[in-house]
Design a protein around this ligand. Structure first.
Ligand SMILES: Nc1ncnc2c1ncn2[C@@H]1O[C@H](COP(=O)(O)OP(=O)(O)OP(=O)(O)O)[C@@H](O)[C@H]1O
Ligand SMILES: [Mg+2]
Length: 504
């Protein structure tokens, strides 16, 4: 066993204690420690803070130049599958040791076959979560932009794909498409090997998408029974008269298509109808609605992830697609016509905003609150915790929080997440990229996880404009390069050209 790092000092309870650090180099905040308790055996704790104090007596007693006192909270010991606090307090003077990885893993009770999301704190303990809990009790991933949300979501998607869980990914930036390819990684501390998921990911795009050619399949909808609210949002119809006429036309229609509504409006005697007909025709011509639409049953299939690439699609159409697809899948799931699975929603604040209502808000709320009864899980990802519907966030039992600094977002996290301490909040503000505070029903205490590297390739979110710009820049660069190569070759002459052409 490693030597002791300190001795318990002052008053100690079963929940917390302080210890004087006798070996200052070997302990830091966040470290997992262990103390022997005669009744309970080895009990696990964690250093929550370290204070330097001016105390010559302690300095002499422990033979240390600088007196450092560590505060520790007791995490407990695992007994009958549960984390339990010791029944008797610790004794001042008892030795404190750094806990070994085995003891930490055993105390947290990570199942060998759990979903591997990363390493615990500074240890090499693999954090493995029960995939059923992840899927059935919903997950949210919150963090400021660029701190690793989509990367982490990708890690969970990989773990679920390995277990053949049916997935639907709502991907507004098309950033999960790269998961088809293996990551360019070398040996790493996580023990992760590169792997692509080309055989499991099916990319869908609406017919109007600028990326339709690179998609595997087209996603079209039936356009049957669109509500007045949906039609108004899609068309941006402002005129109160036109809106009133729309409600009037829909009153007597059942099981209708957009063409049916247009016919109905045409029969109305009112000069304001032409604005409405214009708006409806625009929706009809959008190309999203087809007589033979995609069979939505094919979107939630065992062993596959259906990815809806929404790049370049107008926000109102994105909302409608999300709302229609998810509500239909929820219905199908209720009737047992699709298997239990999980829906991943990137940029969830756009689809379920806190303040305004969008056509997709209701369905996301419903799946968040009722999905678990029917085996339909939700994973929501957002960079604005303050702007996403609290009813959705509060239903997520596994919460993964990476760095957040905005005070409004911090407040939203404090309010929305049970068991978050003031210390954790301070921690969240300072997390390095790729590290997360994870709160989960299985963990009993929130932990910091260094999210593992990805098996599959990660691509950062880019807007269409950015991509177009990059494409133009790349073309320009190629043109410059070609010109330079040509000039160089001309300068170097014939031999160098032959040499160049032999290179692979
Ligand atoms: N666990 C990790 N391991 C290694 N690198 C990581 C990890 N997490 C994030 N990164 C790096 O940080 C970058 C940003 O991560 P990511 O794209 O996931 O951020 P994001 O929070 O989704 O940002 P945005 O809000 O812009 O979508 C990634 O490109 C990747 O290089
Ligand atoms: Mg992202």
């Amino acid at each position: 066993m490693r030597s002791a790092i300190g001795k318990i000092h002052g008053s100690a309870s079963s929940f917390e204690f302080e210890f004087v650090i006798t070996n200052s180099k070997s302990v830091k905040r966040g470290d997992y420690i262990k103390v022997w308790n005669d009744k309970d055996g080895w009990v696990l704790g964690q250093v929550s803070d370290i204070l330097a104090v001016d105390n010559p007596k302690l300095s002499e007693l422990y033979k240390v130049k600088e007196v450092l006192i560590a505060k520790a909270r007791v995490l407990g010991k695992r007994e009958a599958g549960k984390l339990r606090m010791p029944t008797s307090p610790f004794i001042p003077g008892d030795n404190v040791y750094i806990a070994e990885d085995e003891l930490i893993a055993e105390t947290f009770g990570f199942a060998e076959d759990g979903a591997y999301i990363g390493l615990l704190g500074d240890t090499s303990v693999k954090v493995k979560l029960n995939p059923n809990t992840l899927v059935q009790k919903h997950v949210c991933i919150l963090a400021k932009t660029g701190s690793g949300k989509s990367y982490t979501a990708g890690v969970i998607i990989e773990e679920l794909l390995e277990r053949n869980v049916p997935l639907l990914i709502i991907d507004p930036h098309g950033e999960y498409v790269s998961m088809k390819k293996p990551a360019k990684i070398k040996d790493n501390e996580f023990g992760v090997e590169p792997k692509g998921y080309a055989d499991k990911i099916i990319v869908y795009a609406p017919p109007t998408s600028p990326f339709i050619d690179s998609a595997d399949k087209e996603l079209s909808l039936d356009g049957v029974d669109l509500t007045a609210e949906e039609l108004i949002e899609l068309s941006g119809l402002r005129s109160p008269t036109a809106q009133a006429l729309l409600y009037q036309a829909l009153r007597d229609l059942k099981n209708y298509t957009i063409a049916d509504i247009i016919k109905e409006v045409e029969s109305i005697r009112h000069s304001g109808k032409w604005t409405l007909i214009g708006a409806l025709s625009k929706i009809e011509k959008s190309g999203l609605f087809k007589q033979r639409p995609t069979d939505l049953r094919t979107l939630l299939v065992r062993g596959k992830a259906s990815l809806i690439d929404l790049r370049g699609i107008e926000p109102a159409y994105q909302n409608l697609i999300v709302s229609r697809v998810i509500s239909k899948l929820f219905e199908l799931r209720k009737r047992g016509e699709v298997e239990p699975g999980m829906i991943v929603v990137e940029e969830a604040h756009n689809f379920a905003p806190e303040r305004e209502k969008t056509v997709s808000s209701n369905v996301l709320r419903t799946v968040a609150s009722e999905g678990r009864k029917f085996g339909l899980g939700l994973m929501v990802i957002s960079q604005r915790p303050a702007r996403i519907d609290k009813n959705v966030i509060s239903q997520c039992n596994t919460q993964i929080i990476l760095r957040v600094t905005n005070p409004n977002d911090i407040n939203a996290i404090k309010k929305g997440i049970e068991g978050i301490t003031a210390e954790m909040v301070e921690e969240i503000k300072r997390l390095p990229t790729g590290s997360a505070v994870v709160v989960s029903p299985e963990l009993e205490v929130p932990v910091i996880v260094r999210v593992r590297v990805r098996r599959s390739q990660h691509s950062e979110a880019k807007s269409v404009l950015e991509e177009e710009k990059e494409e133009i820049e790349a073309k320009e660069e190629t043109a410059v390069e070609t010109k330079e190569v040509k000039e160089n070759e001309e300068r170097k002459g014939f031999l160098s050209r032959i040499f160049r052409s032999r290179k692979p």
